[in-house]
Design a protein. Structure first.
Length: 478
């Protein structure tokens, strides 16, 4: 068995009637040259062959009595792969709008906690004889980096697949009983005073370096430094109210877009910034357009939360969450796209410096410190009081996940694009995540259906904003 960390378990506490804790992705496939037809039986066979490479796919949650400690992953003695691998068909020729509508419905459904926390759907009937595979797995099991590693286990470098280790019969280990789990929890509780001293000492050392990050937030809450419009802020302040920073429902919408990585790199090189800076500027411009259409553009920057992987070489190949986060100002109040990119570059430099000051693992240690029973109760209080949408710590999450840079195949079918589908929560009803693959950046937008009903329009604005940045990049050399 393997115990969840406090950060892993926090994604379980996140779930409510309207919030799910799983992440997903949609792989668009061209099966025309596959050695065998892409069927549900074939997909099930390929996944079953590779289950030993990803043990968490055959494990389910085992809770500690009274919520005294974090849950454990234990082998599911009744594991049934046919429950987890499913098929749906679109009416031919299925459009992208029909695909995204089906994915939105599937993504809105919570996973069954009595079973291993993942599902995969083969979606057939797409136009041009294409197919899609939608997968979802609980965030308590993976983060973005380990999710990318999981994809490499399922994907191959050639249509013919790869040689796998000899299959061994699955012999599930016997899970520990309530008495053993209680004893383990008691041992951890006895060690907690020592952990308290150690974490407190780390916090004392870190707090002075976080001063520059905390001061703008406090000043914004107190209304300081208003009216001096000559200075455009690049440090995060208080997140302004927007139409998507409200209570969410259980309904979702998703949208997909792809852009040429060479165009993004051309902008990057012209302005002397990073690829991620260009992505953030695209998001800032797209959000500005959308907020203007809604007549809801704030006079101050939005605040974006950017997940940062802290996965070291020793933890490669392991699942679970090894992430930190940084908050960066998103200059949606600035009209000029080139100026927005320059401000984004400065803002992300500040955010990276502040995030680098936090010791790796400190966030996990703090989240691991609180017993799950207390964490769950605190989460219920936060959601019940509406604190997350009344005083949102940030407006949205923007995440950039690396992907393979060579052609890959699933069940012999060539992968054309992979669109991530992530998490939204109360107060943050919009998420933008992208994956790089084979010379393109693939954006997946997910939102609360009622808060951003025209999310496809917002996705289209991303492409339009890149076009503007490409023109701005070419201007100095003209």
């Amino acid at each position: 068995m393997q115990q969840l960390t406090g950060l892993d378990a926090s994604f379980l506490a996140l779930e409510t009637a309207n919030t799910t804790g799983h992440v997903g992705g949609v792989s668009i496939l061209d099966p025309r040259e596959a050695p065998e037809p892409l069927t549900l039986a074939r997909l099930t066979e390929v996944l079953e062959e590779r289950l030993p490479l990803v043990p968490v796919l055959r494990r389910k949650l085992k809770n500690v009595p009274f919520g005294l400690d974090q849950p454990y992953w234990v082998d599911d003695a009744d594991f049934d792969i046919e429950y987890h691998v499913r098929e749906i068909a679109l009416p031919r020729p299925g459009s992208e709008a029909q695909l995204t509508e089906q994915v939105a419905r599937l993504h809105a459904r919570p996973l069954d906690r009595s079973r291993p926390l993942w599902e995969i759907y083969l979606i057939t009937g797409l136009a041009r004889r294409r197919a899609a595979v939608y997968s979802k797995i609980h965030h308590s099991a993976i983060d973005g980096a380990s999710g990318a590693e999981l994809l490499t286990v399922l994907l191959d470098l050639s249509p013919g697949g790869r040689e796998l280790p000899p299959r061994q019969p699955f012999r599930p280990a016997r899970p520990p009983g309530p008495v053993m789990l209680t004893m383990l929890a008691a041992a951890r509780l006895a060690w907690r005073p020592v952990e308290t001293v150690r974490i407190t000492n780390q916090l004392i050392r870190v707090l002075p370096t976080l001063g520059p990050a905390v001061r703008p937030l406090v000043g914004g809450m107190l209304g300081l430094n208003r009216g001096d419009g000559g200075v455009i802020p690049t440090a995060p302040g208080r997140a302004p109210a927007t139409p998507f920073n409200r209570p969410i429902t259980q309904h979702r919408r998703v949208a997909f877009r792809s852009v040429d990585l060479d165009q993004v790199k051309a902008v990057k090189n012209a302005f002397g910034v990073s690829v991620n800076d260009v992505v953030m500027a695209m998001c800032a411009g797209a959000l500005r357009r959308w907020l203007c259409d809604q007549q809801a553009l704030p006079a101050v920057p939005l605040i974006a939360m950017i997940p940062v992987s802290v996965r070291d070489p020793a933890s490669r190949g392991t699942l679970g969450n090894k992430v930190s986060a940084m908050l960066a100002a998103l200059p949606t109040q600035v009209d000029d796209p080139g100026r927005r990119l320059q401000i984004v570059h400065a803002a992300t430099k500040i955010a990276k410096a502040q995030q680098a000051a936090i010791p790796q693992g400190l966030v996990d240690q703090i989240s691991d410190f609180s017993p799950p029973a207390l964490t769950a109760r605190a989460a219920r209080v936060v959601f019940a009081t509406g604190l997350l949408h009344r005083l949102p710590p940030f407006n949205l999450t923007i995440s950039n996940v690396p992907g393979p840079n060579v052609p890959v195949y699933l069940c012999g079918a060539r992968l054309l694009a992979h669109y991530p589908v992530s998490v939204v929560t109360d107060g943050q009803g919009l998420n933008i995540t992208l994956v790089g693959y084979l010379g393109q950046l693939h954006f997946g937008l997910v939102c609360c259906r009622e808060l951003v009903p025209d999310v496809d329009t917002l996705a289209g604005f991303l492409v339009a904003e890149l076009d503007l940045l490409v023109k701005a990049a070419a201007r100095p050399s003209a």
